[in-house]
Design a protein around this ligand. Structure first.
Ligand code: CIR
Length: 256
């Protein structure tokens, strides 16, 4: 199976990005771009993905966080309607690229949905209720995916930006989680591996095929993970100041 990682360059306006849980700190644009390039190289070399870039969008500060603009499944791609109004224009360029690979569906008003709120585990789809994703958005995803046999479940998220800040996929039956930000009951039947509580942001890991990208900012959780997984460490420290993490900067899709 071949994997494609769709990415988008870091915009020169990233300093004016949306921020919810962090205070604004200066972002070194060159350093952010160098880290993003290293991330793309890790996707190519370590995770064996073909990297396909959406054209840069200088006037869209958060464009690099492409994960939020869509949810891509094997059968279809859902184009999101981001909860932050400043991010809505990001979807157009992404939809153009994704239409090469998938049929598209669109989240429509009054629905809002950030892709960062959606975790797909086999035929189970978990959708976070957050400041970015509302019940109408989740209901639209449920209706769009029912014909393909996916079961969509809403999950309450507290204290973080997206569901994927609190829970990401290790395998179809196992998630890496920060239990402080979600309730375990929503994930019945799924094994939950907990982060080290001293590293609250550590629940974000990117799985591409059988390979994993992870941030070196969380050494204690990394040590737990390395007992059973091989991690490719990518420094995302500059993009983390914009509240981004490893999953946010790509959309991974299967092809061929
Ligand atoms: C935002 O607030 O929308 C961006 N500054 C960060 C988005 C991070 N995306 C993600 O976690 N999926």
């Amino acid at each position: 199976m071949k994997f494609i990682a769709v990415t988008r360059p870091v915009s020169e306006t990233i300093a004016t990005c949306e921020l919810t849980h962090l205070s604004r700190e200066p972002i070194d644009l060159d350093r952010a771009r160098a880290q993003h390039l290293a991330y793309e190289q890790a996707l190519e070399r370590a995770a064996h993905c073909e990297v396909v870039r959406v054209a840069a969008a200088a006037d869209l500060p958060d464009a690099v966080f492409i994960e939020d603009t869509a949810v891509v499944l094997d059968e279809v791609a859902i184009i999101a309607r981001p909860g932050a109004a400043s991010r809505r224009a990001e979807t157009e360029g992404v939809a153009g690229v994704l239409s090469r690979y998938r049929e598209l569906r669109y989240i429509e008003e009054p629905g809002t949905l950030d892709g960062g709120d959606v975790v797909v585990a086999g035929r189970r789809v978990f959708a976070g209720r957050t400041s970015r994703t509302n019940e109408a958005g989740i209901a639209q995803v449920r209706a769009m995916l029912a014909p393909f046999g996916y079961k969509v479940q809403g999950v309450d998220v507290h204290g973080c930006l997206h569901l994927k800040s609190a829970a990401t996929l290790l395998s179809e039956t196992q998630l890496l989680v920060n239990p402080a930000w979600i309730s375990r009951e929503a994930f019945e039947g799924i094994e939950l591996l907990e982060i080290d509580p001293r590293e609250p942001y550590a629940a974000n890991i990117l799985k591409a095929g059988d390979d994993y990208l992870y941030s070196p900012a969380f050494p204690r959780t990394a040590e737990r993970l390395q007992r059973s997984l091989q991690l490719n460490l990518v420094d995302m420290s500059e993009l983390a100041k914009a509240e981004g993490a490893v999953t946010c900067c790509s959309l991974i899709l299967t092809s061929g």
